[in-house]
Design a protein around this ligand. Sequence first.
Ligand SMILES: Nc1ncnc2c1ncn2[C@@H]1O[C@H](COP(=O)(O)OP(=O)(O)OP(=O)(O)O)[C@@H](O)[C@H]1O
Length: 263
Amino acid sequence: MAESTKTGVDLANQDASANGRKPVVVVDDLHVKYRVYAGGKPVKGTGRSLLKRSGGGIREVHALKGVSFTAYENESIGVIGSNGSGKSTLMRTLVGLTPPSDGAVYASSRPNLLGVGAALIPDLSGEKNIQLGGLALGFSKQEINGLRDNIVQFAELEEFIDLPMRTYSSGMQARLKFAIAASKQHEILIVDEALAVGDQRFRKRSEARIREIRENAGTVFLVSHSMKSILDTCSRVIWINKGVLQMDGDPKEVVDAYQETKK
Ligand SMILES: Nc1ncnc2c1ncn2[C@@H]1O[C@H](COP(=O)(O)OP(=O)(O)OP(=O)(O)O)[C@@H](O)[C@H]1O
């Protein structure tokens, strides 16, 4: 269990505004600071508010500055914001890959990052990679055999499944990875830009699968720069701006406010 995400906590008492809904993730005044070795002399005139010199060549990047929110069961939460605003940092902290410098994340079960990419081997066939990816998700060999046909069909790789994965196009690889990862019913699932890959039709089917995961009592976080994906998939949107939670609420209202600042 990662230290930074505390699971098994009684979250029901954490938020008075729950209205009977079950909270699954509570982010409480979360701060994340990275210490970066800038190398050599300090760079003059960068003047960026995120950067603070803390002596020598070490710089501190205060990537999240007191973010708080509660996520409930069945929600599909879009996370938007400009490049470098802290979205991936927030997601990495939710899954326990990046420790908070201050504050905490409480979760009813461990959030999963959609992706089995790291477990797959390009020289092996799609077939073998389904087994590898399945094992990485914690399935037994028998369970993987049961899921195999659905995964191949979802990825639409029937004709190619015995070929080495390195011979697939990037879209085909992305479909296989998504199909493997989405074969599991995740309780709390984090999808970071995965839908941007693959073609339009596959994106639609991925979105439908995400909705299905949600309907089966899952909670999904979707980080994306595609406002269309966000509006098509999400029931709530969080906008992170320079490490601060700028807005949290109805997808259209938040997306409109965000796009207004881009004009
Ligand atoms: N491992 C790291 N070490 C040092 N600084 C980092 C690290 N990861 C992120 N940062 C810094 O933290 C800030 C937030 O980055 P983050 O990747 O969370 O943003 P983002 O909103 O996901 O951006 P993008 O939309 O470009 O993916 C940035 O200033 C970035 O440079």
